[in-house]
Write a protein that binds this ligand. Structure first.
Ligand code: HEC
Ligand code: HEC
Length: 181
């Protein structure tokens, strides 16, 4: 009994995450004026954070994640992505102002935010519970193939990722096509 009481909160959290997802199917047909996340239309950001990979929208991670990432750019996933202090500070502010927890009017920003436990500071979008939940049914071979490489390569599959739109009908997995589940 004691054991059951201990795992009960986790079961409940799981159930809430699954239920919160229910409205997703309607979004595709409805008129979604705002898009899934806000577009990253800052030219400094596009230039400095879009040179090695897709310029991930700030609304894909909470402020505490961006804050931590921008404080350790010299060791950025094994790369040195450091910038001069002025640019670092400018981009840190931009990321924080537009972070997922400051963009709750955007559907996916809201879902990402609420999926992360308050004591967690994920540095990868791809390690957030909401992201994992949305991508865990994709066969490995579709991800590791040459034309995609890894799951962080959003633009390989989401043809409208740069517009902040990640809806199912705009997915085209290279060499496999659309996604219909
Ligand atoms: C010198 C190249 C380089 C630059 C410049 C760079 N990054 Fe990265 N970034 C990487 C590498 C390498 C990874 C890890 C790729 C992998 O292993 O999946 C990464 C991963 C990330 C991830 C995690 C993606 C995931 O898996 O969810 C985020 C978020 C990110 N970078 C944000 C930024 C931001 C913000 C900036 C600008 C301040 C930036 N990057 C600039 C090389 C770079
Ligand atoms: C290998 C292809 C692939 C890559 C790479 C990929 N995705 Fe996805 N993504 C999918 C598929 C397929 C779905 C649909 C899953 C479902 O609804 O069953 C999806 C769903 C989503 C959703 C939910 C959309 C909805 O309507 O439910 C979001 C948001 C999303 N992806 C964001 C991202 C981001 C951000 C990245 C990069 C960090 C990324 N994806 C990388 C294939 C991919």
């Amino acid at each position: 009994m004691k054991k059951l009481l201990l795992i009960l909160p986790f079961l409940l959290v799981g159930a809430v995450i699954i239920m919160a997802d229910d409205d997703d199917e309607h979004g595709h047909h409805g008129f979604n004026k705002l898009g899934d996340v806000a577009v990253a239309n800052n030219t400094v950001y596009q230039k400095e954070c879009g040179s090695c990979h897709f310029a991930y929208q700030p609304g894909l991670l909470p402020k505490r994640s961006w804050n931590k990432m921008m404080n350790e750019l010299d060791n950025h996933f094994g790369d040195d992505a450091s910038l001069d202090p002025k640019t670092t500070n400018y981009l840190k502010n931009y990321l924080i102002q537009n972070s997922s927890d400051n963009s709750l009017e955007y559907k996916r920003s809201k879902k990402i935010t609420s999926s992360i436990a308050s004591n967690q500071v994920p540095l990868r979008i791809t390690k957030t519970p909401y992201f994992i939940h949305k991508h865990n049914e994709i066969p490995k071979k579709m991800i590791t193939q040459k034309d995609v490489g890894n799951i962080g390569n959003c633009v390989a599959c989401h043809t409208t990722a740069d517009k902040g739109i990640y809806s199912e009908r705009d997915i085209k997995i290279p060499n496999y096509g659309g996604w219909d589940d």
